[in-house]
Ligand binder design. Structure first.
Ligand code: PGA
Ligand code: ZN
Length: 447
């Protein structure tokens, strides 16, 4: 036990996939072992998320520095963590939650708390001499998730909003350049026989979509999450190109491959209306629900994330009523990995699936509690990256640990995205014959 005592917490600034500073933490034990983790960062962040704190000094990294957070860790958190057993994850996390003492972690910032929480679990796994997924999930952790692979990124690189807490000021903004009105379109290789096969199918469709776009003189530049970001004329055009790409790659839509989308509707919402600017359309809430239900009828769409804005929980319930029997209605900004918000959503039957982003809530323990609550109520669990990521593949292990059965971690380009898929390929190999694939989705019917 003495070996597992946390002896030091070291922190440094590293860079994320957008070249923005982020926080990395190393936690060391008396036994000489080390656990390391870093904080990802969102762009279309929900207003109910735990806060991300940045320095706001325009002379350094355009205000995006994390020097203040590094000092907070050193001065206000590390002294309390030292001396604790790294296997007491809940105690470590609760201590940080209590020290912060605010509902959205506005005192320390989730970007201070989360990397410590994750690094402590890695240290504990190392002491247990187990891979992270096995340490977190036990012997039953063997379900490789169905990847939701981003192939079209609606919003371009660098054009993303960042809402950060600059000490006490919330900064907002708007996405600058839209290639498509919705945030992302994904392919879902439901028909794959295993995870390795799922990645092969996804890559082949990604290549064939690239060729198709090139042949039509569209850009094949990629967005923050690695999908192509062509300036298409409509969502319908995006779906039909996708259908063609699936066919050209030799797969069958609605059997091998389904589609999924993240509307990120909060970003489209103003003056009580949803504005699809590229298509010059405006929808009321009811029209938006009708529009989305229409897409479900027309395309092999099996998952719609954030179809409505983050505060319209009764609208989500309407949407779930309209098409939740045929499609996953996924809460992201609506639920922000919060047990409290998920409870509300369950009571109103507002969603049937929750997106899980650990930095939306700020600690591993709270993340695991939210996942457990979802599972207890038959709500699907999709583990997710953020649009700003590091090479840290933590969420790959998390997805297997909790047998989520689904992961959304971008395209098959950009190493920040591929690092998660590669980690899953290694886990699949390690599990060998014990590995399963997408058990949760296997028994569902999507039409
Ligand atoms: P983010 O959203 O930009 O807030 O990370 C990503 C997503 O939901 O796909
Ligand atoms: Zn989302």
């Amino acid at each position: 036990m003495m070996d597992r005592v946390i002896e030091y917490v070291h922190t440094r600034q590293i860079l994320d996939s957008r070249g923005r500073p982020t926080v990395e933490v190393e936690v060391g034990s008396r036994g000489g072992r080390i656990g390391r983790a870093s904080a990802p960062s969102g762009a279309s962040t929900g207003s109910h998320e735990a806060c991300e704190i940045r320095d706001g000094d325009p002379d350094e990294y355009a205000g995006l520095g994390v020097g203040h957070v590094l000092r907070t860790i050193k001065e206000n958190i590390a002294p309390h963590i030292k001396g604790l057993d790294c296997m007491d994850q809940q105690d470590v996390d609760q201590l940080m939650v209590d020290l912060d003492g605010t509902p959205q972690k506005t005192r320390f910032g989730a970007n201070a708390i989360l990397p410590i929480s994750l690094a402590v679990s890695r240290l504990a796994a190392d002491h247990a001499e187990l891979p992270l997924y096995r340490y977190l999930g036990g012997v039953g952790a063997c379900d490789l998730p169905v990847p939701f692979v981003n192939v079209i990124n609606g919003w371009c690189v660098g054009g993303c909003v960042f809402r950060v807490l600059l000490f006490n000021f919330i900064n907002g903004g708007a996405h600058a350049s839209h290639a498509l009105d919705i945030q992302e379109l994904m392919i879902v290789p439901m028909g794959a026989k295993d995870f390795c096969h799922a990645m092969r199918m996804s890559c082949e469709i990604f290549y064939s979509l690239g060729e198709l776009l090139r042949s039509k003189n569209y850009s094949v530049n990629v967005g923050d999450e690695g999908g192509y970001a062509p300036a298409l004329s409509s969502i319908e055009e995006a779906f039909s190109l996708l259908s063609l790409a699936v066919k050209k790659a030799g797969y069958c839509e609605g059997e091998d491959i389904f589609f999924a989308c993240d509307i990120a509707a909060t970003e489209l919402y103003s003056d009580s209306c949803y504005h699809l600017k590229r298509e010059d359309k405006q929808f009321s809430r009811d029209e938006m629900i009708e529009y989305l239900a229409g897409l479900v009828k027309t395309y092999p769409l099996m998952s719609i994330e954030d179809g409505l804005e983050e505060n319209d929980i009764s609208g989500f319930a309407e949407l779930t009523k309209a098409c939740g029997d045929r499609v996953q209605i996924v809460g992201d900004d609506l639920t922000v990995t919060s047990e409290v918000r998920l409870k509300e959503a369950i009571e109103l039957s507002a969603i049937n699936t929750i997106l899980i982003k650990p930095n939306q809530i700020g600690t591993l323990s709270e993340t695991l509690r939210c996942i457990a609550l979802a599972k207890d109520h038959g709500i699907g669990v999709m583990i997710s990256h953020r649009s700003g990521e590091t090479e840290d593949p933590y969420i790959a292990d998390l997805a297997v640990a909790v047998n989520a059965g689904q992961i959304k971690t971008g395209s098959v380009s950009r190493t920040d995205r591929v690092s998660k898929y590669n980690r899953l390929l290694r886990i699949a190999e390690e599990l060998g014959g014990a590995a399963q694939y997408g058990t949760f989705l296997k028994n569902k019917r999507f039409t």
